[in-house]
Design a protein around this ligand. Structure first.
Ligand code: FAD
Ligand code: DLZ
Ligand code: SF4
Length: 516
């Protein structure tokens, strides 16, 4: 009796649930490079290369550990192009009598797997993905007990559950749960920014890069200088490097943006985490250990751990709670198509051009670029959230729907009507000016409020508040903004709105075919 164990491209963990408690002599592990997964959105070239190289390395490691591995390459002439097609072929090839699989990260793939038992006529055992700190049902139980899904309270539960940064008597280390107020220093001159560890491509990675360059030439993004971890060992080295070189300053400068500095003190560990090369607990533990050893301050360790066991776990729980309806949510009724410059980077807004350049070059932009520049602009401009979500899913090497969609639809576009975030993450030029060095170099003047040379974020911000006055005026966290709006003379308000309208007129919609 042969058990077929399909392992999906973001399940590359040796401790994966479906690989546990199995007699290797009776099992065949199936890894599949399939065309449908590469094109359901037209992923960034670097993302495809990363996933295929990591899959091929993982297959080699499994073989070395005594597993029988069936690896279907994209260029296999018999490749059917889909997960279901490849599982069907593999069942026949190996005479499999059962399938064992860890639940998928995405709804789209879950619906495929749910159909296998019936279609193939054999038992399909689907195991919970316990690489996360919080199980899907555990999150649902937590959510059912409250009206509002406040991340902060969830995060405290996860701190208690893991014991990370907790004292022996069950109190948060340092006396406070959350040092967010100490995570907002603007960039200073003279700071040294470390580079993330660059891992030179080996022969497997180079072969994949060459294949992706040839086959996916029309996809967004650059492939040169590929240096991402593609094995658990490399990912662990990248984690150690981050903890030593960047984590000490991560806390203070978490929200800063600097022209030409693509990572600042961020870890760039999300691709390895989301592929399964690192577990969230080992990453968070490494930060806690560095704090315990006195190597990093509390605001760094806490700020970092909050992102991993707080935000990352929270958005995953939210995704499975709110899917599938949330994918279509559009509470602000935004209808504008995505502007073309999200793909080309051709805009005079330096903050936007920089964020798109980062994204094109590395499949990366750090959180504040994603939230307060790229996401903020789209929301202020009234871009259709599903266009925005498609863009984010394509362009980031760490993007899988379970993590991308809540961040886009919920956190950044407020398209879920405030289920994830009680207040929209909207900001004018003053915020970007405070947190970056971009504005001094931009052709727009951040101090000018209206007119052709004024920073577009300024008028767009007020226009957004005016457009959505009925929804937001009574929001307790926005009272101050509307008080400011009310104090303006009518002709000033009118000038903001006219300026925003004139700017929006200039936006070129994206050409068809970039994302899908
Ligand atoms: P660091 O700043 O070093 O943070 C450490 C880790 O914390 C990250 O590696 C990541 O695993 C986790 N993390 C931090 N913030 C979040 C968050 N909001 N949600 C989930 N995990 C978080 N993250 C993705 O992994 N994939 C995505 O597709 C994705 N899309 C996003 C879209 C938008 C609009 C926004 C606002 C955020 C998105 N994020 C996404 C979250 C966050 O921006 C990235 O995780 C982070 O920039 C990755 O870079 P890093 O590893 O250097 O992060
Ligand atoms: C993103 C991606 C891509 C581009 N290609 C593959 C692939 O060929 N084979 C595979 O197993 N996984 C791939 N992935 C990741 C899948 O889309 C991912 O496993 C699902 O998102 C999980 O729900
Ligand atoms: Fe961005 Fe406005 Fe600053 Fe230019 S002036 S970089 S558009 S915030």
């Amino acid at each position: 009796m042969t058990i077929l164990i399909p392992v999906l491209g973001d399940q590359l963990s040796h401790d994966l649930a479906s690989l546990r408690d199995v007699d290797r002599a009776d099992a065949v592990v199936l890894l599949m490079e399939v065309a449908d997964e590469t094109t359901y959105v037209r992923h960034h070239k670097r993302k495809i290369a990363l996933i295929f190289s990591a899959m091929r390395h993982f297959a080699e490691e499994l073989r070395g550990m005594g597993w029988t591995v069936d690896y279907v390459r994209l260029d296999d002439p018999a490749n059917s192009g889909s997960f279901t097609g490849e599982v069907t072929r593999a069942v026949a090839r190996h005479g499999a009598s059962a399938i064992r699989i860890t639940e998928s990260g995405e709804w789209r793939v879950k619906t495929m797997i749910d159909g296998w038992q019936r279609a193939l006529g054999l038992p399909v055992k689907i195991l919970p993905d316990d690489r996360f700190v919080c199980g899907i049902l555990e999150f649902q139980t937590w959510a059912q007990a409250r009206n509002d899904l406040v991340m902060e309270f969830f995060y405290r539960e996860m701190r208690r559950k893991t014991g990370l940064l907790m004292t022996a008597d069950g109190k948060p280390e340092g006396g406070t749960w959350n040092l967010d107020q100490e995570n907002r220093a603007p960039p200073k001159r003279g700071l040294n920014y470390p580079e993330p560890l660059h891992i030179a491509p080996d022969a497997i990675t180079q072969e994949v890069i060459d294949m992706v360059a040839a086959r996916f030439a029309g996809h967004f993004g650059r492939l040169d200088k590929f240096g991402l971890a593609v094995t658990a060992g490399d990912a662990r080295r990248a984690l150690d490097h981050f903890v030593r070189t960047a984590l000490p300053d991560f806390g203070a400068y978490q929200d800063a943006m600097v022209t030409g500095q693509d990572w600042l003190y961020h870890s760039w560990l999300s691709p390895a985490l989301n592929l399964g090369l690192l577990t969230p607990l080992e990453v968070a533990q490494a930060a806690a250990d560095a704090y315990a050893a006195g190597d990093v301050p509390l605001n760094a360790a806490e700020g970092f751990i909050r992102q991993i066991i707080g935000w990352r776990e929270y958005v995953r729980g939210y995704y499975w709670l709110e899917m599938p309806a949330v994918a279509q949510a559009n509470a602000l009724e935004a209808t504008r198509p995505l502007p073309e410059f999200y793909w080309t980077g051709e805009t005079d807004m330096l903050c936007m051009a920089e964020a798109v350049r980062n994204t094109r070059d590395h499949g990366y932009a750090h959180h504040i670029q994603r939230l307060m520049v790229l996401g903020n602009f789209a929301m202020l401009a009234g871009v259709r959230p599903q266009d925005v979500a498609d863009w984010f899913l394509v362009v980031y090497a760490d993007a899988y729907e379970w993590v991308e969609l809540p961040n886009v639809i919920g956190m950044s576009q407020h398209a879920d009507g405030g289920r994830l975030a009680t207040k929209p993450y909207a900001g004018g030029g003053a915020y970007i000016n405070r947190m970056s060095d971009h504005c001094g170099r931009c052709r727009y003047d951040v101090k000018q409020k209206t007119g052709p040379n004024a920073c577009p974020f300024n008028a767009l911000y007020w226009d957004f508040l005016a457009r959505h006055e009925r929804r937001f005026r009574r929001n307790r966290r926005m009272v101050q903004m509307y008080a400011n709006w009310d104090r303006m003379k009518p002709e000033i308000r009118e000038a903001y709105r006219a300026s925003a309208a004139a700017f929006l007129e200039t936006l070129e919609p994206a050409a068809a075919g970039w994302a899908r």
